[in-house]
Design a protein around this ligand. Structure first.
Ligand SMILES: O=C(CO)[C@H](O)[C@H](O)COP(=O)(O)O
Length: 429
């Protein structure tokens, strides 16, 4: 079987899905998948629409069926799908019902192994029951934790003879790995559907498969703990907040200049009003790339100034955040040292040595632990827990990628945000 490129249209709006479908086909996509979000949002009418618009294209209904297999396959078939998807986690009876219904209504069945249960035995049973395809799949949420479908693929590729579909974070960089590991249907969602140039993205997957080579991509890759800093360079604080269920950022602190960016692990300092000893000592504790976060109680006198800034720059520290006051700001601005402060004043305090370094502190009510990632820009500051930074960042990247696509749709369709995302449709009744 020739390698198939199946584009997963995981949209909630029909018009966006249709535009992306057209562009994907122009780029060489073979099959179109009516994604689960589209089916949930528009029902079987989504499939009917696609059938009418694309009469000769193979359409997959990603029903993700878990029960009542016969009824769901019948609906998908009657709406015009060629293939429908049931979950491998569903009861055996449901999968068998789907396969039987498929024979009755002239629709092929793909069984999606989205979870890591005993996948070898399950795939063999699914083949024996008569499914046409087996899918291996890293769920979108699992992708944020670094999961890929490749391990599952390797586990079953020599156990079954029916074609294997692979999904979950496939890009032009790894599509070829999927083919070489035994997949014959390459399902691509975000890499194509969130791309600013859908046609070019589809073409790049086809080319990577044809030429058996990896084509590098900047977006649509998920970060590991080692890649956090690099990923944060692409993200805004707004992306990170959106990605983490609108997590609260630090408010009441202001950047000393515009177009600012701070990225680094926190070296925390608790000090007392005007006592600049611990902030200065923290410069010697911090490593290159760290951010010094000072809790001075949100009041003056100043605990940070020009000389501290010069020392921090010598050590290549990434920036400073002061829940209190700073001075010499004209000089700090000239040095372009990333700094956020609550207050600016000429008066400094005395170095008394009260307080601690590298203990949990609170900045404007937000807890900062030593080592937490700090991301700052013109919108403010986000504190990202160190232990789950990869997940926060991956969800943030997902938001950034979606926005990149929406921006492109507003421009190319000379449209508005409200129209592109059909905002009225989603208002509460
Ligand atoms: O079925 C899906 C989610 O359950 C997606 O369609 C599938 O994962 C492909 O999307 P992506 O390439 O963005 O992972």
């Amino acid at each position: 079987m020739a390698i198939i490129l199946q584009v997963a249209l995981d949209f909630v709006d029909l018009h966006r899905a249709i535009n992306v479908a057209r562009e994907s086909l122009d780029g060489g996509a073979d099959w179109l998948e009516i994604g689960t979000p589209l089916i949930k949002s528009e029902g079987m009418n989504a499939i009917r629409h696609f059938r009418k618009l694309f009469p000769r294209t193979t359409l997959i209904a990603d029903m993700k069926t878990m029960d009542a297999g016969r009824a769901e396959m019948e609906m998908a078939a009657k709406a015009g799908a060629d293939i429908a998807v049931v979950m491998a986690d569903a009861p055996d009876s449901t999968i068998k019902e789907c396969i039987e219904a498929g024979k009755n209504y002239g629709i092929k069945i793909c069984v999606d192994c989205i979870n890591d249960f005993n996948i070898e035995d399950r795939a063999v049973a699914i083949e024996k029951w008569g499914a046409t395809y087996v899918g291996v799949h890293a769920a979108i949420d699992d992708q944020m934790y670094g999961k890929t479908p490749f391990n599952s693929l390797r586990r079953i590729s020599d156990k079954i003879r029916i074609p294997i579909a692979v999904a979950g974070g496939i890009t032009s960089e790894n599509a070829v790995d999927a083919v070489n590991a035994g997949a014959s249907i390459i399902i691509v969602g975000g890499y194509i559907t969130k791309s600013e140039n859908v046609k070019a993205a589809a073409e790049s997957i086809k080319r990577s498969i044809r030429e058996n080579q990896k084509i590098p991509t900047t977006f649509f890759k998920r970060a590991t703990h080692e890649g956090v800093r690099q990923a944060l360079e692409k993200l805004s604080t707004a992306n990170v907040s959106d990605g983490s269920h609108r997590a609260k950022g630090i408010t009441e602190l202001y950047p000393l200049y515009q177009n600012i960016k701070i990225i680094g692990n926190a070296v925390t300092v608790r000090t007392y009003p005007g006592d600049w000893a611990k902030p200065v000592e923290a410069i010697d504790v911090a490593k290159e790339g760290d951010v010094i976060v000072v809790d001075a109680g949100g009041v003056g006198p100043a605990v940070w100034g020009e000389l501290a800034t010069h020392s921090a720059m010598q050590k290549k520290i990434s920036g400073v955040v002061v829940w209190g006051a700073m001075r010499d700001v004209a000089e700090i601005r000239k040095l372009k040292f990333p700094a956020f402060t609550k207050m600016i004043m000429p008066t400094a305090g005395e170095p008394k040595g009260f307080g601690e370094i590298n203990i949990p502190v609170y900045v404007s009510g937000i807890r900062v632990n030593p080592g937490d990632w700090i991301l700052g820009d013109d919108d403010g500051l986000m504190v990202i827990p160190q232990s789950s930074a990869d997940v926060w960042i991956n969800y943030g990247m997902d938001c950034l990628e979606k926005e990149n696509r929406i921006r492109e749709e507003i421009a190319s369709e000379k449209s508005s945000l409200g129209k592109v995302i059909d905002v009225l449709k989603w208002e509460k009744e």
